[in-house]
Design a protein around this ligand. Structure first.
Ligand SMILES: *Cc1c(COP(=O)(O)O)cnc(C)c1O
Length: 463
């Protein structure tokens, strides 16, 4: 082994060989050296582990080239979402509308009016680009935007309730993914949590009895990822507002996904932001990249006197939105104002596809996949269901359609893995030893990618 270790070519020699290919000159020299060192180190490691390893000049150069390719490859990449989950947090939540994507592109490629007032030639505010539309779409007096809804809740509590009590129903002490938990956010914001009621039932009187001179607010939280069903009760929002206002305190509502247009399925509906504002809620917070369908953002809408306090809070600077997300948000809000959101905003369109439309989409994908049958693969249209995702319509299974593929020569598990590692990764589900492609979130281009990948894998498996 010692002998073989000594036979690994010197880096200088490898470098000389590598630069015989003029294309290598496009890489910085330091990076090429690093790549060769990595290749040599790996060979050394394998030899030490007693493994067989090709240590020829050409093998080491090939390994260095692979390392360089990897170094220039992106990790954050497009994937095909064949899971049927429209607001898949791990897959980046909402795809942008054409208008929002164009707005992002324009702003990112040059300079923009982020904090510049064209009328006066003076400094402007980044919030001015979206506040008017948020107010028009929700009925709120004023609004503010931050990085995400978690930041919105933190800012609201920090600005309005630091060192004071906030009353929450025990049925709404939510934990959502990524460790956002109401009791902990409350603590971060410096507020004192006062739990009232029980897990299943909280009455107006529970809130009334808990209000003290040190109460800063009543907080309602959308139960985004669970339902309490059966023997249950929560006071009506308007009643709660009436009580809170009679005692001189505001009502805050964390709506989570918070839709701007009504959305219902499976006997449940998502609350609209306008309904909460109309019921008198003083401050509503919701996400930009859930049902709204924009990029990451946290929207705070409500009464001006509370928004004014938040505008002056030092946390706002730490939580502020960047120009790209802001452009995506403004573009999407325009879809809701002058466009048809049910047609133009992808998440709204996908969530509303009818059973007929989905069945047709599945039949079309099946048709395109029929060449797989020549390799002994089975291809069937199948009825499936999926969640809306993103804290929208929790516990509702949205019925849909997909195509189930039963491969030949490789297992469904292997097929799913290879699709996931394809040049454009395809994320699908496994069900009953088949790989299932839910068609709800697929574009025409996505369907083409699925066909291409499956066909190549079928050819490979058949050999
Ligand atoms: C999703 C959600 C949040 C967090 O929103 P992000 O925009 O992901 O930060 C907070 N509260 C509720 C109720 C939610 O559903």
């Amino acid at each position: 082994m010692q002998e073989k270790l000594k036979l690994i070519p010197a880096i200088d020699r490898l470098l000389g060989e590598m630069y015989k290919d003029p294309a290598v000159a496009e890489w910085p020299r330091d990076l090429v050296v690093t790549a060769l060192r990595e290749a040599a180190a790996q060979a050394r490691q394998r030899l030490r582990a007693g493994e067989d390893c090709d240590i020829s000049v050409s093998a080491l150069i090939a390994a260095a080239r692979a390392w360089l390719r990897q170094a220039s490859g992106r990790s954050l990449r497009k994937v095909v979402n064949a899971t049927g989950v429209v607001l898949h947090t791990n897959l980046g939540r909402a795809p942008l509308s054409a208008r929002a994507a164009a707005a992002v592109r324009e702003v990112m490629e040059g300079y923009c009016t982020l904090e510049y007032d064209l009328a006066t030639g003076q400094r402007g505010t980044r919030y001015a680009h979206v506040v008017g539309r948020i107010c028009a779409l929700t009925g709120a007096e004023d609004a503010l935007v931050v990085n995400n809804n978690a930041a919105a809740v933190l800012l609201v509590l920090s600005a309005l309730a630091k060192g004071r009590e906030v009353i929450v129903s025990r049925g709404q002490l939510v934990e959502i993914g990524g460790s956002f938990r109401i009791p902990e956010v409350m603590q971060q914001g410096g507020a004192i949590l006062v739990e009232v009621g029980t897990t299943n039932k909280t009455h107006l009187a529970d809130f009334a009895n808990a209000i003290t001179a040190n109460t800063a607010a009543v907080l309602k939280v959308h139960t985004s990822n669970y339902r309490i069903v059966g023997f249950t009760a929560q006071p009506d929002t308007a009643e709660l507002v009436k009580l809170a206002h009679s005692r001189g305190i505001p009502v805050i509502e964390d709506l989570g996904s918070g839709t701007l247009v009504p959305l219902a399925a499976g006997g449940w509906s998502e609350p609209t932001v306008r309904e909460s504002i109309a019921a008198g809620v003083d401050i509503v917070t919701f996400s930009g990249d859930k049902l709204l369908g924009a990029g990451q953002a946290g929207i705070i809408a409500g009464r001006r006197r509370y928004i004014e306090i938040m505008k002056k809070h030092p946390l706002l600077r730490a939580l502020r939105m960047d120009k790209l997300s802001l452009a995506a948000l403004e573009g999407t809000l325009i879809d809701y104002t002058v466009g048809d959101p049910l047609r133009d905003v992808p998440v709204q369109r996908m969530l509303r596809l009818t059973q007929d439309e989905l069945a047709q989409k599945a039949a079309a994908l099946k048709e395109r996949l029929t060449p797989l049958q020549a390799y002994g693969w089975r291809v069937d249209v199948t009825e499936i269901s999926a969640q809306a995702g993103g804290g929208a319509l929790p516990a509702v299974d949205l019925p849909g359609w997909g195509v189930a593929v039963r491969p030949q020569g490789i297992s469904a598990v292997a097929l799913e893995r290879q699709l996931r590692q394809w040049c454009v990764p395809i994320i699908a589900r496994i069900q009953d030893d088949q790989v299932v492609f839910d068609v709800r979130c697929l574009t025409d281009e996505d369907a083409g990618l699925i066909c291409q990948a499956c066909l190549e894998l079928a050819k490979g498996a058949g050999q």
